[in-house]
Design a protein around this ligand. Structure first.
Ligand code: GLV
Ligand code: MG
Length: 305
């Protein structure tokens, strides 16, 4: 996977609320998205576009990944979201999040529209990335084609709330196991499917929101499950969730140190001793161990460990 921007914590900010937008500047997240979709009421969407453009142009976002979630391609809002935001603030925008993606065609539409606007306004063509939300049964069945649909793609984002609704899941708590499902993890298949499609195409995989925002321990548990699988980060909805996400999606200091040690030991073993397998303490290392260590070391370096 190439060098992608760090997205351990991705803050969701309702674009219709200028107070929240202002507050977002002070939060230590890797990324944020100004939301024109589900956190923005239909009657507020037009004004919210202007708030988005102003907020991006004003700057003050540090090194964070600056993202806007537009409405999905089946809505009457989507095209104007893209045109207003990118014409107004394309130079101050890193990515667009496209929700409810159900086929590669949705991504092609956005890619083409972005290229047209970039050409018309003199922006670098192809610089603005796309993040695709996979949040219903159709999106999941098409996930490989979606992941391959454009070089602009940077991540696949799991949308648990819409997904649970799309499956008719008998549950009202987003991120928790559905009541009555006592064995295993009801979301394991979905998460692994998205993660595998993302990795097959060099993309990041981002977990969606956990809605009981005051229960930080539960957020941590929910994040730890996807971090363990390999997900790169998670949406955060509240300041309380930010620190937890930044911690959970980075390796522990101990694991990071061990990963660097493995890389050193294995480099020495292959280059100096000309051996492909080597002992480090009581563990045997080979080329696959080096690859695993590279992942942990990469996440640690990105987190500044
Ligand atoms: C996010 O968009 C979700 O549906 O969970
Ligand atoms: Mg959704």
């Amino acid at each position: 996977m190439g060098e992608l921007r760090s997205r351990r914590s991705v803050l969701a900010v309702p674009a219709s609320n200028p107070r929240f937008v202002e507050k977002a500047r002070g939060l230590d997240t890797d990324a944020f998205f100004l939301d024109l979709e589900d956190a923005c009421a239909p009657l507020e969407k037009a004004d919210a576009r202007d708030t988005v453009v102003r907020a991006l142009r004003e700057g003050g976002w540090g090194g964070r990944v600056r993202t806007v979630r537009v409405n999905d391609v089946t809505t009457e809002w989507a095209y104007r979201d893209v045109i207003t935001v990118v014409e107004g603030a394309g130079a101050d925008l890193d990515c667009l999040v496209l929700p409810k993606v159900t086929s590669a065609r949705d991504i092609h539409w956005l890619d083409t529209l972005l290229t047209q606007i970039e050409r018309a306004t003199g922006l670098d063509v192809g610089r603005i990335g796309i993040e695709a939300q996979i949040e219903d049964a159709r999106g999941l069945t098409e996930v490989d084609a979606i992941a391959a649909a454009s070089p602009r793609l940077e991540s696949l984002v799991y949308g648990p709330a819409d997904f649970m609704a799309s499956l008719n899941m008998k549950s009202l708590v987003v991120g928790e196991q559905p009541p009555g499902y006592d064995t295993g993890d009801a979301y394991h298949y979905v998460l692994m499917r998205i993660l595998t499609a993302a990795r097959a195409h060099g993309l990041q995989a981002i977990d969606g929101p956990y809605l009981r925002i005051r229960d930080v321990d539960a957020f941590r548990r929910s994040a730890a499950r996807t971090a363990a699988l390999g997900f790169d980060g998670k949406w955060v909805l509240h300041p309380l969730q930010v620190e937890a996400a930044n911690e959970v999606y980075a390796p522990s200091q101990e694991d990071y140190d061990k990963a660097e040690l493995i890389l050193d030991a294995y480099a020495h073993a292959t280059a100096v001793d000309r051996r492909g397998a080597v002992m480090l303490g009581s563990e045997m290392l080979d080329e696959a161990s080096r690859k695993m260590a590279l992942v942990v070391a990469g996440k640690g370096r990105a987190a500044g460990l």
